[in-house]
Write a protein of this length. Structure first.
Lengths: 110, 115
């Protein structure tokens, strides 16, 4: 299993749709996880942190399944402004560095 | 200025040139990072500095040479680069080197083209 693997995308959805991204990780010792968002030709920015079974922030819900080493990000009621690449991020076992997935691109259309 | 700044934003250089990328963070953080982002590849960590000490060198070729004079500034000195080094170079900072518990804040990046 790759260190961090994400759905390849791109996901093309209409406004208002619900979309979910999946991420699997290989380091079973990881305790916290992150979803970052990267707009086209911009830097990554933190979207959500996930420390327990999940986290919800408005239209965004992150869920964690430690047994399956799987993280998901659910976006409800998609907006045009949600179009971006979503990066799944996992700390290494020493918590000194982060490993980034390749990212999943989301395109929300009118 | 706030956040993490990087200069220059764009750089075109020949393989025999020597140039430097600069990063400055205004967040009072103690850890700084250099990443390389190439098309269709995940972010690749290059170097980590924690309290001005280099704590990670991710098998980066010696033609990339980092320098961290203090906790707020980070440089990446470039010399005799190859065309495959063309990429977006991102600087980031976090409160300390325990990245697992701390958000990393990224600068806007330097888009480097090596001819």
């Amino acid at each position: 299993r790759k260190e961090v693997e994400q759905d390849p995308g791109p996901f093309n959805v209409p406004e208002g749709a619900t979309v979910a991204f999946n991420c699997t990780y290989s380091n079973s010792a990881s305790q916290s996880f992150f979803w970052y968002r990267q707009d086209c030709r911009k830097e990554p920015k933190l979207l959500m942190s996930v420390y327990s079974s999940g986290n919800e922030d408005g239209r965004f819900t992150a869920q964690l399944n430690r047994a399956s080493q799987y993280i998901s990000l659910l976006i409800r009621d998609s907006k045009l402004s949600d179009s971006a690449t979503y990066l799944c991020v996992v700390p290494n076992s020493g918590y000194s560095t982060l490993t980034f997935g390749k990212g999943t691109m989301l395109l929300v259309s009118p | 200025e706030t956040g993490v700044t990087q200069t220059p934003r764009h750089l075109v250089m020949g393989m025999t040139n020597k140039k430097s990328l600069k990063c400055e963070q205004h967040l009072g953080h103690n850890a700084m990072y250099w990443y390389k982002q190439s098309a269709k590849k995940p972010l690749e960590l290059m170097f980590v500095y924690n309290f001005k000490e280099q704590t990670e060198n991710n098998s980066v070729p010696s033609r990339f040479s980092p320098e961290c004079p203090n906790s707020s500034h980070l440089f990446l000195h470039l010399h005799t680069l190859q065309p495959e080094d063309s990429a977006l170079y991102l600087c980031a900072s976090s409160q300390d080197g325990l990245a697992g518990g701390n958000e990393q804040f990224f600068g806007p990046g330097t888009r480097l083209t090596v001819l």
